[in-house]
Design a protein around this ligand. Sequence first.
Ligand code: DGJ
Length: 373
Amino acid sequence: MKQNLTIIMLIILTPFIIKAQSGKADSFRPGEIWPDDQGIHINAHGGGILYHNGVYYWYGEHKTEGPGGNRANVGVQVYSSTDLYNWKNEGVAMAVVDDENSLIVRGCVIERPKVIYNRKNNNFVLWFHHELKGMGYTAAKTGVAVSNSPTGPFQYLGSINPNPGIWPLNFTEEQKNSTYPDNMKSWTPEWIQAVKDGMFVVRDHKKGQMARDMTLFVDDDGKAYHIHASEENLTLHIAELDEDYTAFSGRYVRILPAGHNEAPAIIKRNGKYVMITSGCTGWDPNPARSAIASHIFGPWQELGNPCIGEGAEITFDSQSTYIIPVAGKPDYYIFMGDRWRPKNAIDGRYIWLPLEFDGDKPILRWYSEWSIP
Ligand code: DGJ
């Protein structure tokens, strides 16, 4: 009898003992410390995922401890995984440099790095939001780098304000020819109307448009898009990349003008494009937004806050950064968000939740621990 009980206990406990010994995770625990293969909290904030040849690569901002930890003191970090729970630190994919003449000098701002694979050139293309050292967030540039390996090293090609001298596809002749008084008072009804009408597009036409929070998206036809918060973070731009994915093709649209969206994340589902964004409140969380479109260039229809339940009004204390289509699981997606910790940026946490749907409307619910079914 006693022997039987021991055998039963062993059968029940063995999987847990094996799991504890291997240290392998088999669930997500949003908001908790997430150890990598070395037992160190993953350092890949504002990140994005590339799935290539059966491996997921997670690129993100390498943050450091203490004040200034949100600046690029190291570069873009990359991790790899085959199951999305357990991540191997693959090191620094693109490193900052100590040459003060370089735009990616240590101490600049490198945010929201995203990598896509270019089939034509069989290489990997990294884009990131780039602010120049000592200039706050005024440059609003996007930087690009390439590598022959998903883990880098990525070679930095340069940073730009997109589409100088080129008007958005959905800009009328009247909009192109409009003039606006200098120094209009912000947030008055006239100013909001002027923003909607494209005041900042006109202002930045010659030098190129602003590009802050960004993501990348590769469509089924191989065309890649750079989606970024432009026009002083008031309007999103969706801009097509060229065949190499290393430059803008010149075809771009403004969407949700004066909608004040940032942190864009996008998927294609059932032939429709679904986007999650946030409002603009610095490092503080705010209610997420969602939108859907039949064509990537719009029109986009707003669907409201995807979050439901306690914490919905602050996206469960997070901000969107990417949506992962899970390989081999049709119609299964994971929302990736950041819980920022600006006082000690390296302690920022990751809020990964299953992205559910009610018809076409994306839904996010809080789960303190969950697994892919
Ligand atoms: C919110 C953005 O989404 C972040 O990426 C970062 O730029 C912070 N603002 C800076 O305040």
